[in-house]
Write a protein that binds this ligand. Sequence first.
Ligand SMILES: *Cc1c(COP(=O)(O)O)cnc(C)c1O
Length: 386
Amino acid sequence: MAIPFIDLGIQRERIGAKIEDAVLKVIKHGAYIMGPEVKTFEANMAKFAGSKHTLSCANGTDAIELILLGLGVGKDDAVFVPAFTFVATAEVVPMTGAEPVFVDIQPDTYNIDPVKLEAAIEAVIKEGRLKPAAIIAVDLFGQPADYPALSVIAKKYGVHLISDSAQGFGCSINGKQPLEWAVATATSFYPAKPLGCYGDGGAVVTNDDALLERLISFRVHGGATPTDAATMNYTHEAKYLNVRIGMNSRLDTIQAAVLVEKLAIFGEEIELRQKVAKRYNELLGGKVISVPFVKEGYVSTWAQYTIEHENRDGLQAHLREKGVPSAVYYPIPLHQQPGYAMFASGTGDLAVSEAKSKTVISLPFSPYLDEATQDEIVAAVLSFKG
Ligand SMILES: *Cc1c(COP(=O)(O)O)cnc(C)c1O
């Protein structure tokens, strides 16, 4: 049987009947938009995240954009993002009217480098064209960014610290999730993410009451919040009072029903992921340029298991011949993407992002990856003599 890159089938076998029942229930009750499962899921998600609030939305990209809008980030603002991430992290910034400023990553964790971040903020201040407004830290491949260091910088310069935890939701540093340091965390339920649904979905978790009110408004067409309505002396249904330019970004009730079941086993799956990653590290450590490095006290959700090889493309072709799928996250750092060339001036040195884009390769991974299949994958990697 072909090895899948991310095996969603075993989990489906495990809880498929429960998910089918839950979905059928939604189809029968008919509250397809903002039905009761959405509320249940948001409450369960807040409990899992240890957050005061969870606001679900249509996808992870919108989740990040909603946070920026909710914080009032826009024209003439600079938003600092790592150059080595999925494009969505940077994409949402110009959508708000602000500009992304690319920052290089640390070579061992692939996450935004706090020292280079501070240099980038100083450079933007010196140039004087944009006002530093926010940092979007990414928990790349599932490992939390260095939030303790980032939050010191965010406070020093008075900028918002936002967490893009689309790959890392559930990750932690000494038992604390990114929200301990960030004003809000965005995540994605794209099926291949550690916590995925059966389509698109996303969420924001936050402890900030005022931010939540604005997120609720931006999520559905900029409708009036209770605070807005109270000050506006409006006599019709507040639903049709549009105070700000928002979007339509609701999580489908059917997807919420799927997520309620998946979230129930997510904690256990994060544990299983640690075992699979540990075994990969033991079998591959010292035999390829690098196996993933997770900092002391940090827990990764292992969205990807990523190694490096000096002949990465050769290794990928070799694996393909052996029937082992692999993926390259990411082959082009964002400042070199054609659509982002206008922001390329940035703050100079992005050499680590450029180098990593040439050597990284991610191997098949799932919490349910069995030892025999893992051995086959490892043997295929080690048989490459390129
Ligand atoms: C997947 C991902 C997103 C976007 O999530 P979607 O649900 O696909 O919109 C944002 N940031 C990162 C780092 C991601 O991996």
